[in-house]
Design a protein. Structure first.
Lengths: 398, 398
């Protein structure tokens, strides 16, 4: 358990204030857990008031004592409700804000209305794009945490060899891997920003189930244990000669990595073996073309073009009719951060400090799915890979 | 894995339309996963358009084929974005809605704006209170699902005797219990409606950790594994002669129950033993006074009064300064449904079909916490208890 260093928090706040200045914002009020963790170092019930200049105010309903203990911020103030904010801000010499940013992509309408009533003369706008820009550039400290998460997910992946057996259900395999993850510090929680975003430790499933599309914006969906939660592992028994997918998100001290590896008992069809090798080729292409300054959307387009050229127009990143329009996603505190290696992002470019998962995958309905996923970051010396489990197809003869 | 019967869905929609008529709403557009599951029988990416009269339209972006397979609704229509709604509704003969309800407590501002642009002349209001009123009355079918969840949580609770040992960490114990739960059909997911609501399988912790308040609106908080997720089990080793709390939510086929039991290795202080017995007395009082027509807030007030009379003014439902103002909460698809057995709910009364968890607890900082929690429902014959694990303090001599 680590506490986010105060210097990290100061730098993050400074970066946000730089973006605020460019947008002419007088204040940003942050209310969502993942953003609170990033900018305060803890998650308490309350909000963070970030003025255009000066120290941010962490306004905490509960628990203020824990906030003081866990947060490196200088100003932790108990508060009761948004109504208290104007007085607390004025008490610190901050002018009445005319332009306020809030997290429009996650803040519920009813809660927003409460804040709006508190500042009836202010103009509100969406602060999430600015928050995303700050969070997208990882510090060395953050990359260290992600390395710990990569160690965790490697332990989970190696555990598959010990526990995998014919006839066990996808859910039983998932339960074993989740157990291993928890014993290795997995928080049990994967934060996802998108509305209705729900994810457990990842997706563990086999054969035909791996090719079933779900409501999630992912290339693999899965049947899941119930229509109530129709994604991931189901009660399907694992058979010989079918792909077993272990798409697992490591989660350590608040930071995530994402990795996918493929296993099989017996063997795999030529189509699946070739599909897997071809996805490694897509990964190789990505490694060559992700350089500082390259547009996200261009990397997407070129990788997609290679997949199409190799014959996967109808199977790349999902079964025909359910294909997703991305191949990679930034991650850190949440699983869906900038950058998006996705269609249309031609104006956003790769920069030093970005971390992302890249997951070229092919899906053959009625047969199964294969692919690879690793988490990368861009260091001063170029692209580095954070997740490191062996990339060979694991074919177990038992 | 069960599919929600079409008759259930029809009845739920009819009840919602009754409430809509009373409020003068022309349509409700439902977008959140838990509500979608309740009203459609599945969770897909999309929304449910409920007109004042006639069949609801399930508009599905992905995956429409699964929606048709899993939902008992007659009208499942593929759609691309909210822009398609007016045409799809008109195509079914539904008039242009002037008053539309949406889920203001969970719908993000940015998504709401997209819907509002689609219906520029409509007046929008919060549909969540109406949805809550429908969901609060459980059918026999729903109670059956909750009974299955009660079986699951009993298995988890009995598992504690097998795995508990001195020196293991709270997290290790939690991991064992989560594993047992998953092998018994636990979805791994606990849906919570409140903004920023986050919960894993429940809260497993021991001794002083059980008395640490957290950001969650719960009597027990816990330290958690990291400031990023500061609730529940931590790395604290379990010692002799301290309370071990297993507050666990069963989750089966989309329905929840909540149960808390207390264990100890060696023994417990007289104060904690007496505290536990006294919380059983609070539970006994609740069983006597929860009758059809009794106001929720009155049950809260009387149970609180008994706790205060027994000397727990500063420890009941949280440590002094962190006390919560409820003793029970409705549950079903989400862990925070109507009814709220909480301060101030004097106008809402108990009715046949309601299901709720009741959790009188006392917290002694620096020592630990004890209490009991069970899930109940109100049948035609009166109050029934769904969770049934032995209510004796489990003192293990090993």
């Amino acid at each position: 358990m680590r506490l986010t260093p105060a210097t990290e928090l100061e730098y993050r706040c400074k970066m946000l204030q730089n973006h605020m200045a460019a947008e002419g914002l007088d204040a940003i009020i942050i209310a969502q857990n993942a953003d609170l963790f990033y900018f305060t170092g803890t998650v308490q019930s309350g909000c963070l008031y970030v003025p255009a200049h000066g120290q941010p105010l962490y306004l905490v309903r509960r628990d203020a004592a824990r906030a003081r203990m866990e947060s490196g911020l200088k100003e932790v103030l108990p508060f009761g409700s948004p109504k208290d904010i104007p007085q607390l801000a004025a008490g610190h010499g901050y002018p009445e804000p005319k332009k306020i940013g809030m997290e429009f992509d996650v803040l519920p309408v009813a809660l927003f209305e409460r804040y709006r009533k508190v500042f009836p003369n202010a103009q509100f706008s969406d602060a999430t794009p600015l928050i995303r820009l700050v969070r997208m550039i990882k510090s060395h400290y953050e990359i260290h945490l992600m390395k710990d998460a990569a160690d965790q997910v490697d332990k989970v992946t190696r555990r598959v060899r010990d526990v995998l057996r014919e006839g066990m259900s996808d859910l039983e395999l998932a339960a074993e891997l989740e157990h291993t993850a928890r014993l290795n510090g997995h928080l049990g929680l994967i934060r996802m920003r998108v509305f209705n975003g729900e994810m457990l430790f990842g997706h563990t499933f086999s054969g035909t189930d791996s090719a079933v599309p779900a409501y999630t914006d992912t290339p693999f969906g899965g049947v899941g244990p119930s229509p109530c939660f129709g994604q991931g592992a189901s009660y399907k028994p694992i058979s010989r000669n079918e792909p077993i997918i272990v798409d697992f998100a490591g989660s350590f001290d608040g930071y995530l990595v994402d990795q996918t590896r493929i296993f099989a008992l017996g063997g795999l069809s030529d189509r699946l073996r070739k599909g897997y090798d071809d996805m490694l080729r897509v990964q190789e292409l990505m490694k060559q073309i992700v350089v500082v300054g390259a547009p996200w959307g261009e990397v997407y387009d070129r990788c997609l073009a290679l997949a199409v050229e190799m014959g996967y127009a109808d199977s790349f990143m999902g079964a025909k009719g359910s294909q997703v329009s991305f191949i990679g996603h930034g991650l850190g505190v949440e699983i869906d951060e900038y950058p998006f290696i996705a269609r249309g992002f031609q104006d956003m470019t790769f920069q030093v400090g970005m971390a992302f998962a890249f997951e070229p995958k092919v899906v053959f309905p009625g047969e199964g799915a294969v692919g690879i996923e690793n988490t990368f970051y861009i260091s001063d010396e170029g692209l580095k890979q954070l997740t490191y489990s062996s990339e060979e197809l694991v074919i177990l003869s038992r």
